[in-house]
Write a new protein. Structure first.
Length: 115
């Protein structure tokens, strides 16, 4: 019986780290340092959609959610999105992110996007 409870506690602990704070674009932009590095859930209307393939052959897309300012979203693969579609994105927000020679501001790296 004890292994069951131990497994349950581990599962609860893992789940609590994955749960995201639901926030608005304007709330993040008003206090970016408060959300930096945190897992968030944001809903918005897709704008500025760009689909690309990396040099290594990985499909990805970028788009923005705007509400008094914009937050960029980066997602591997091709979530079911198109310009003007309402989506909910779960991912990690970075106020500033350095990747190689590139610097990105106000970006969510999505681990999940759904209509």
């Amino acid at each position: 019986m004890k292994p069951f409870f131990l497994a349950l506690l581990i599962l609860i602990g893992m789940t609590s780290n994955v749960l995201a704070d639901t926030v608005t674009v304007s709330a993040i932009l008003a206090s970016p340092a408060s959300y930096d590095g945190k897992h968030v859930t944001v809903s918005g209307t897709v704008s500025k959609l760009v689909r690309k393939t990396s040099a290594k052959g990985n499909a990805y897309e970028t788009f923005s959610f705007c509400d008094g300012g914009c937050i960029n979203v980066f997602a591997f693969g091709a979530p079911a999105s198109s310009e003007g579609v309402q989506l909910t994105v779960n991912g990690t927000y970075s106020a500033v992110k350095h990747t190689g020679q590139y610097t990105f501001h106000n970006e969510i790296e999505a681990d999940d996007a759904s209509p």
